[in-house]
Write a protein that binds this ligand. Sequence first.
Ligand code: DLL
Length: 433
Amino acid sequence: MIYDIDRETAPREELEQLQLTRLQALVERAFANVGFYRRKFEEAGLLPGHVRNLSDLKYLPFTEKQDLRNNYPFGLFAVPRENVVRIHASSGTTGKATVVGYTHRDVRNWAQLMARAFMAAGVHRGDIVHNAYGYGLFTGGLGAHYGAEELGATIVPISGGGTKRQVMLLRDFGATVLCSTPSYSLFLHEAALEAGISISDLPLRIGIFGAEPWTEEMRHDIESKLGLTALDIYGLSEIMGPGVAMECAVAQKGLHIFEDHFLPEIINPVTGEQLPPGETGELVLTTLTKEAQPLIRYRTRDITSLNYIPCRCGRTHVRMTRIKGRSDDMLIIRGVNVFPSQIEAILLETEGLAPHYQLILDRKGVLDTLEIQVEVDEKIFSDEVRHLQRLETKIQGNIKEFLGVTAKVKLVEPKTLVRSEGKAKRIIDRRNG
Ligand code: DLL
């Protein structure tokens, strides 16, 4: 089923016409109401009227995370502060938080987009949605909450944390849908087993997982352990929150970007030039309908590619491939570039390992070093030491062969790496300090 069938299946030309009209209105609004954009346009010698076609997008200036920080907290609002009914923020480990505001209509659009996302996953009225995304300034909790209500499903606003209790309520309420980070779903699975419960025996059907990078291998692992269909949801607070793009259950092959609200581009992250469809690069998003805080050509730093081939599900909206990682998370080990997700794929394909790992970066002299700590499963752990050593050598060999990176692999006991209740922390960087 499709939530907004006219919009989601509109022919490409009709969709592009709508995008152009909305883009032109957006540029007018930003120019008239946001000092930051007016200055940027003036510096580039541009006026809103210069946007005549969608292809003119490439002449518009980018917006970066730093621009949000420089205008902290409310400097990018395009409406009077009184018209803002909701604030979210992402904490960020360094520097100031990035703040986002929403008008009443923005909140409503968001709820509808999340309802679309749920429906694309196969969720409907009557489902019980266990929402373990954190409530608060993080957009995950409230984003999913309003979407599930909009759809008419029953929402359980459990938020993150209190894992034992989560397991009990999952079972007692008979949830059919789980919303969480992919890593947290595995933590729930472990906690359930400890309580003598197998999640795969519960009525849970669908997992809506996002907010952190994960791989196909991780999907298979989650699906087989939890006995559900695991789907990928993407979003970022600067643009809205969850519900910017959603994988459909029909094809499970790429995430539909809700193109009537967000205009995507892929650029070369170094030169800033637009790349042709199908090429991998940095995702850039323009908000077409946001009132409170519209963003023009926002550089997400997320690495993906766009697929315009029509999807089996009937939606015409472009699909992005699973996010490979963030350009700022790309590791450069002795000159070789590698994303944590590539390492994850290799680890999860290896028999005997658990899907819990950490990458530790350090520096020896002038060279960066990488140590991969990964848990073994219970069966392997009781094996002889030399078996474990052989396994370490094998993984090290695979990493070298497939990724060209020399890494030290350290197998650790089951359940020794820290579990996260939200986004997993995969990288520990000891290089500066
Ligand atoms: O993580 C919003 C969200 C909540 C998305 C719940 C999905 C589910 P931020 O905290 O602002 O917002 O972080 C956004 O997280 O730029 C990506 O790097 C990463 N990210 C989000 N979804 C995915 C995904 C929320 N499905 C940043 N795959 C983004 C990979 C993701 N990375």
